[in-house]
Design a protein around this ligand. Structure first.
Ligand code: PRX
Length: 651
């Protein structure tokens, strides 16, 4: 079989849609034509089709004050009603919304009617706790149904959620709580991961002692891990004593389309994460549109599974808002892919007859390493569409995914987008577009992208440059929480009214787009964004560190890996005899300060860092070292002999 794949790689670079798939495909080429003819009108039509508006909008787009866009401005809707109540009212209350699978093996099937009731109960509790429209609620939960319920309950009452990934540390949580001035934190005692309970409530307690503000009035705690937790009377409440017993009568109010829906923090080029702000009507329109068309969703028959955590944007748009707005039935899984055995995901696919699977290249490459015998021990024939997100998928992984997981002939869609874009921007449409392994391909209908040279001139034909989005889109970020200047500076200063994505891209002879990775100091590790500056400041905060430089080095499995170069303070250097132990201590320190995902793969203790005459660290040269390559051009270094010294030290 391996031979066949290699052959496929060399010979077949394009796959035409199969006629059987195309015959039943949700999308058709008319979408491209309609969007081409009238882009703004196209989105208005999609929004009216896909969503329920309590007050229909008459204005589609206001772009008179770029970069501040307003979509469907004079329309009113309730996002949670769109994801829940209307499906029940349409007679689909008995449809399963969530097939939840806990890591230890416990399961729950929750119908749309049940999910609606639970969200109404939670909304009543939030209101009783004094949470109102526009208030911020931090959510720090494992992948349990209550995470989805919490997000929708917050949305239902017009409050704003800030979901913080459960792997982030107390410091990271505290800074996010403070930045958004959250009045409530929803958490769990703990959750399951790799066969063990990881504590969450103690991290929240710790974060609240670290928090510089005093915005948090209450902590609502789901019982999941059954681990011991401390309790602050008057502040802490159990979910099962409040939400479970609350009334499920709740009249939802409609909010303006531009009412804020959530803040989601993501890493930028500085040490401080950015609170990306999304609003209601435009976001939900594009999340629903792309979920339906890119994943070819047939809600009556499909079982959809997106493996992302709700702590990331993929979990927001393609676990919660897109699928639920479309009335999909989906799998929600709490744990890791290899617990209690390496075939756990494939067992779930077999058990629930998953038909659409959306995951990240890192996961695919990890499965590739383990070998096909693991997935092939299960019946995967229910799968009919595969998706990829978060990082470039190399053609080998694409082909393996299609052959070994997908049986050889089903579509694989590689979807490019960002926390900031809110929803998929570049992807093939299955059944319509030819598929090309390794390329994210074309802008989705209604989205305008281009590739520019550094001076802003469009790159013609087969060439590379910087990816931009040239026209406003419905699910675009509306700003950075509390920092309009940073919003303008980061995305709009470089090319005026064109959105600068921070990614390099190349156009091939067919006009397909290939993503080339970040062009700024943002790393992508396992599809997660990390900032070099944030990890450097964490390293420098350690009492031993004098200076630190961090690079993202190519990694076979995770795409990139964090590699740090640290100069110890002279007072410490003399005492540090065990360099390996010192590196380990610094790796742990970063994991403790930011979260395990930021733990460097390697920390090299060095005496020097390569700097230009103006004192700027040349990360490019460090990346060469970290990737085991010959060191590139060193002529701009203040001291050209430095690289030899460093390279001797990292051997
Ligand atoms: O560099 C691109 C990469 O991930 C970045 C966005 O990260 P984040 O906001 O965390 O969102 C990840 C999930 C949408 C982008 O700037 N990226 C995302 N998808 C792809 C990708 N790179 C290549 N191909 C993709 N399909």
């Amino acid at each position: 079989m391996t031979v066949q794949i290699d052959h496929a790689l060399e010979e077949i670079r394009r796959f035409r849609p199969s006629p059987e798939f195309a015959a039943n495909a949700v999308a058709d080429s008319a979408l491209y034509e309609a969007a081409q003819a009238d882009r703004v009108g196209f989105w208005a039509d999609q929004s009216r089709d896909l969503l329920h508006w309590d007050k229909p909008f008459t204005k589609t787009l206001d772009w008179t004050n770029p970069p501040f866009a307003k979509w469907f401005e004079d329309g009113d809707l309730n996002v949670a009603v769109n994801c829940l109540d209307r499906h029940v009212e349409a007679g689909n209350g008995d449809r399963v919304a969530l097939h939840w699978v806990g890591e230890p093996g416990d399961t729950r099937d929750i119908t749309y009617a049940e999910l609606t009731d639970e969200v109404k109960r939670a909304a009543n509790v939030l209101t009783d706790l004094g949470v109102g429209s526009g208030d911020r609620v931090a959510i720090y939960l494992p992948m349990i149904p209550e995470a989805v319920v919490s997000m929708l309950a917050v949305a239902r009452i017009g409050a704003i959620h800030s979901v913080v990934f459960g792997g982030f540390s107390a410091d990271s949580l505290a800074s996010r709580i403070d930045d958004a001035e959250a009045s409530l934190v929803i958490t769990a005692d703990g959750g399951y991961r790799k066969g063990k309970v990881f504590a969450l409530k103690p991290v929240v307690d710790d974060a609240l002692t670290k928090s510089v503000g005093d915005s948090v009035r209450n902590v609502l705690v789901v019982k999941r891990g059954e681990n011991e937790v401390e309790w602050t009377e008057g502040r802490d409440l159990w979910w099962h004593e409040t939400v479970a017993t609350a009334s499920s009568e709740h009249e939802a109010q409609a909010f303006e389309a531009e009412h804020p829906l959530f803040i989601l923090y993501t890493s930028g080029t500085t040490g401080k994460p950015k609170g990306i702000l999304h609003t209601s009507g435009g976001y939900l329109t594009q999340a629903a549109f792309t979920h339906k068309n890119v994943f070819d969703l047939h809600p009556e028959t499909d079982v959809y599974w997106c493996t992302a955590d709700v702590g990331w944007i993929t979990g927001h748009s393609y676990v919660v808002y897109g699928p639920l707005a479309n009335g999909a039935t989906q799998v929600l899984y709490e744990g890791t892919p290899d617990t209690p055995h390496p075939g756990r995901w494939w067992e779930i696919v077999e058990q629930y007859k998953v038909s659409i699977l959306y995951t990240a290249p890192t996961a695919i490459r990890s499965f590739m390493k383990l070998g096909r015998q693991i997935p092939h021990a299960f019946n995967l024939r229910s799968l009919r569409l595969l998706g990829s997100v978060g990082e470039p998928i190399n053609p080998e992984a694409w082909i393996w995914y299609r052959h070994v997981i997908g049986g050889g002939s089903i579509p694989v869609v590689d979807t490019w987008w960002q926390t900031e874009t809110g929803a998929i921007m570049i992807s093939a449409l299955p059944g319509v577009t030819d598929l090309k392994p390794g390329s994210a391909q074309v802008a989705v209908p209604g989205i305008s992208i281009d590739i520019l040279a550094d001076d802003g001139t469009p790159v013609e034909g087969e060439d590379g440059g910087l990816l931009v989005i040239t026209e406003p889109w419905p699910s675009m970020l509306r700003g950075i929480w509390g920092d309009p200047e940073r919003f303008k500076e980061t995305y709009w200063e470089k090319f005026g009214d064109k959105y600068f994505a921070g990614d390099g891209a190349r156009r091939d002879a067919d006009g397909d787009i290939w993503l080339l990775g970040r062009v700024d100091d943002v790393m992508n590790v396992s599809g997660h964004r990390l900032s070099t500056a944030e990890i450097e400041s964490s390293l420098v905060a350690h009492p031993w560190t004098a200076e630190a430089a961090v690079v993202g080095a190519a990694d076979e499995t995770t795409g990139q890996a964090v590699v740090a170069f640290v100069i110890l303070k002279a007072s410490q250097a003399a005492q540090v005899t065990d360099v390996a132990a010192a590196s380990e201590e610094l790796r742990k320190h970063v994991a403790g300060q930011i979260g395990a995902i930021a733990r460097p793969r390697q920390v090299f203790i060095v005496n020097e860092l390569p700097k230009t005459r103006s004192g700027k660290i040349m990360r490019r040269l460090l990346r060469d070292l970290a990737e085991g390559r010959e060191v590139g051009d060193t002529t701009t270094l203040a001291d050209t002999s430095i690289m030899q010294v460093i390279s001797d030290q990292v051997k």
